[in-house]
Write a protein of this length. Structure first.
Length: 401
């Protein structure tokens, strides 16, 4: 073999050996860059995005100085339909994903906006209506972990149909469990926050069919109405089972079901309305909303200055002007499982005024889109050397031709 040919043959392995460390370092560097980029994206999507959205888009409404000074304003969250999954429905990853989203949304909003009170308007559980005592207790413990508040923040929870069942599926034991764990002593309960009156109502007890549950609720509603009527006259001779206190103002109604409406076409335009097809669907009384008769009774007896509910999983604002004038608000579900755009209603309240703003939380489609974009970018980075090699090979082939 000629000397020149032998040198070439011997030289090839040496060149290859010298190129291998460079190639290894290059691959290692690219993998580290990809890993660092994905880690940053994960931290942003699973932690920072919740703080960023709340910081940039969620604000308490201001109350006119003539109506209140800053010390009198009570600030409250209204949240509905968390639907914590149970042991019967839903995949474990679905459960993990939704609960993490709700936990981070709640913690971010509470730490930044610092409400005086938080109202959960029912369907906190998804399978409460089927739960046995141990399951129900475990549900409550998970709720406490996910939505823990400090001692300076009051928290109130009303029952929904997924917590207890619809009217004809309710067992008295579950009503007792819910009452005990969430300190709801009455079906029609009264609480005050900063001299503002709230009525917490069990919607499933508004069936008006004469059952014990409904009879108790109707009696409590009448007693509370009498107490408000007496307090509104500034009478010192009020002898009622409910203590209204020295300052009277029209109450704010909190319950799971919306008041009666034909469908969501009655709602004012907003970002988190239901899709048009759903909006046109007729509501069934006692299923998607309270009955018309129960609604009229509530308005006549309580004369609310605002009403809040959930249940439909989408936002709605409706103006009522018969008997008394007030706005009714339905709040979107807090879980990505029910809507891609969850929300919190932010209430700024004094005895004379109430202002409502909406905190729209991160959109699930946006988060998924970021992950998909990152996945495509990673594939492009990984496959780019192959494309370059193919291009060089094709150029060499063209030269030989």
């Amino acid at each position: 073999m000629p000397e020149r040919g032998r040198r070439k043959a011997l030289g090839r392995p040496a060149n290859l050996r010298s190129a291998m460390p460079k190639l290894g370092r290059l691959c290692e560097s690219k993998l580290l860059q990809i890993f660092a980029g994905l880690a940053c994206l994960f931290i942003f999507n699973e932690f920072l995005v919740f703080y960023l959205v709340v910081l940039t888009s969620c604000r308490w409404s201001e109350i006119a100085p003539s109506n209140a000074n800053s010390e009198e304003v009570t600030r409250a969250f209204v949240i509905a339909d968390t639907h914590l999954l149970g042991i019967r429905k839903g995949h474990w990853f679905d459960k993990l994903r939704r609960e993490w989203q709700m936990h981070r949304s709640f913690k971010s909003a509470v730490s930044i906006l610092q409400p005086n009170a938080v109202f959960f308007l029912g369907d906190v559980f998804d399978e409460g209506q089927w739960s046995m005592p141990d399951e129900f207790k475990e549900y409550v413990e998970r709720f406490e972990e996910l939505f823990e508040v400090s001692d300076s923040t009051q928290r109130f929870v009303v029952a929904g149909n997924h917590d207890l069942g619809f009217h004809y599926a309710i067992f008295p034991q579950r009503v007792d469990w819910f009452s005990r764990f969430f300190n709801r002593t009455k079906l029609v309960d009264h609480v005050t926050v900063g001299e503002n009156h709230f009525v917490l109502l069990n919607s499933m007890a508004m069936e008006r069919d004469g059952c014990r549950l409904c009879s108790d609720a109707e009696r409590e509603l009448k007693e509370l109405s009498d107490a408000f009527d007496c307090a509104s006259r500034n009478s010192s001779k009020c002898r009622t089972k409910y203590s209204i206190g020295a300052t009277y103002s029209r109450p704010i109604l909190m319950q799971h079901f919306p008041l009666y409406r034909k469908n969501d076409l009655e709602c004012a335009d907003d970002l988190d309305l239901s899709p048009e097809k759903i909006r046109k669907t007729a509501f069934r009384e006692k299923w998607e909303c309270l009955s018309e008769d129960s609604t009229k009774d509530l308005i006549r007896l309580l004369k609310p200055r605002a009403a809040f509910g959930g249940h439909t999983h989408f936002g709605c604002q409706k103006w009522w002007s018969e008997a008394v004038a007030f706005w009714e608000y339905s709040v979107s579900s807090f879980s990505w499982r029910n809507t891609p755009l969850p929300a919190i209603l932010l209430l700024s309240i004094t005895p004379q005024s109430i202002e409502v703003s909406k905190c729209l939380l991160p959109n699930e489609y946006t988060v998924i889109g970021l992950y998909m974009t990152a996945g495509i970018a990673v594939l492009v980075v990984l496959l780019m050397p192959c494309f370059r090699k193919l291009r060089r090979s094709s150029r060499k082939s063209e030269k030989h031709l």
